[in-house]
Design a protein around this ligand. Sequence first.
Ligand SMILES: [Zn+2]
Length: 295
Amino acid sequence: MDQNKLLSQLNAFTRRAHTLDEVYLFDVILCDNEIDRDGDCFSDSALAELQKRFVGVTGIFDHDPRSGNQNARIFRTEIVTDPERKTKTGQPYRCLKANAYMVRTDGNADLIREIDAGIKKEVSISCAVGKQICSVCGADRLKAPCSHIKGRTYGGKLCYTTLDCVNDVYEWSFVAVPAQRGAGVTKTLGGKQTDPEKEMLRDACEKANQLLDQLTDDLRKDVIRLCYRNGESVYAKVLADSTIHMDAGALSRLKHSLLTGIQAAEGGRTAPQLMPEQDQPKSLTEYRVGGKTEV
Ligand SMILES: [Zn+2]
């Protein structure tokens, strides 16, 4: 859209006639429907709601000490669809584009040059959403958090959260590091700034969970090996299959029971559970490959 047409839209919006010398017009991508680095994406209806609510909202440049009262305001928004480009979930790519203006002053000449030069192009938005839907099980994480972890795959299904039911928007601002890959957007859900301490805790929890998952998988493999140690009977298969539903604690107890049983069956032989924990998988493999059952 050309500048004069935009200017007439702005003047209709502000009910005061500005000239192109007085105002600086620019556009920003506020957000899109791609999964961002937090593992979130906006639903189509959320984008439509954001489109309505962001008209008239003020942008801030608070990271800049020179900013003072340098404000920009959105006077027009539109949803732009790129049918050629698909999101990770296979949807046509859609983004929320906004036209903003600033009244030119001596104080914001530098800022305008930076926006023009594309130095300032990453935008963050603050909004509140009423629903955060898990892509795997459909649970609303706000009401009933599920155990699925964003970014992981469950049965071939990528876990991410769809943000829906936008019930408020707060502000938008230029930032250094965007969360949304395509749009150059970070977002603050619920209108609160993210707490760095909480973020660190969340990262630590996620790492610990990943490690626990891996150890549980290893433990499960050990137990399955032990189940089939004496051949593939129906009982061995039932027991081995049941491990899929067991957590680390249950697997550990089962492993201990199986090893105790093996030790009892083998009489005086040196039993594997007397070896250090880290040697067990190796020794079990040897048992399985080398010589099963000298009982
Ligand atoms: Zn879920």
